[in-house]
Design a protein around this ligand. Structure first.
Ligand code: PGA
Length: 252
């Protein structure tokens, strides 16, 4: 059995006070660590104060990192620094980074290596555009992304990676993929991991769905065999909604 993982992606929202209020409220209410991994991914300057308050069952993640561990890269944040602050998770290759900051699969691959080198737990995002889906290219896009993002990554490292299937047409649009559509894509991603790394790894790696997940739809998405969790944007900003979703993810 794979343990569910519920991660909130706060994107560029919340001030320091708002973030602290959220964490203090949510911390006693999320499920125990043996039932669900619960993560909040916040803007970089918030990480230090949030990490100090993280408990066993509510972990903190970054939304990005740079591919080098140090150097003259003004404005970037290294995995080495994140690790020194005891940040545990990091989102890599979110579609907003791919779209607005031109991140390619090769860049995602370099960042994934940096995260693993610095003992961070990566959440690697993949997913197709609406036009690609409409043209029947979803599997082709997912194959290309998985191959590019995981180039030269060892099987032992893949076990610690969470993959987030986030169809771009479902992100922030209120348009959730049906549980069947999400399951089909997650199952396909698992089959790609099986082809590349074998059955043992593919059965262990966790695959989340992301895109307009909310308290009303999380249970049905989580009921699908290949969906092991959710990466949640908008709905994760609300403490009550986040607690509800974390609890809804517990395996029955
Ligand atoms: P959303 O965002 O839940 O607001 O659609 C998901 C994400 O961007 O990870």
């Amino acid at each position: 059995m794979r343990k569910p993982i519920i991660a909130g992606n706060w994107k560029m929202f919340k001030t320091r006070d708002e973030a602290l209020f959220f964490i203090l409220k949510v911390f006693p209410l999320v499920p125990e660590i043996d039932k669900v991994d619960t993560v909040i991914c916040a803007q970089a300057p918030l990480l230090h104060c949030l990490v100090k308050r993280q408990g066993d069952n509510l972990r903190i993640g970054a939304q990005n990192l740079y591919s080098e561990d140090e150097g003259a890269f003004t404005g970037e944040v290294s995995g080495k620094l994140l690790n020194s602050y005891k940040v545990e998770y990091v989102i890599i290759g979110h579609s907003e980074r791919r779209t607005y900051f031109h991140e390619t699969d090769a860049i995602v691959n370099a960042k994934l290596k940096a995260a693993l080198r610095n003992n961070l737990k990566p959440i690697v995002c993949v997913g197709e555009h609406l036009e690609e889906r409409e043209q029947g290219l979803t599997n082709q896009v997912l194959s290309r992304q998985i191959e590019g993002c995981f180039k030269d990554i060892e099987a032992s490292s893949v076990l610690g990676v969470t993959i987030a299937y986030e169809p771009i047409w479902a992100i922030g649009t209120g348009k959730t993929a049906t549980k069947e559509t999400a399951e089909e894509a997650c199952a396909y991603i698992r089959s790609l991991i099986k082809d590349a790394y074998g059955e043992r790894v593919s059965e262990k790696v966790r695959i989340q769905y992301g895109g307009s997940v909310k308290p009303q739809n999380i249970k049905e998405l989580m009921s699908m065999p290949n969906i092991d969790g959710a990466l949640i944007g908008g709905a994760s900003l609300d403490a009550d909604a986040f607690v509800m979703m974390a609890n809804a993810a517990i395996n029955d």
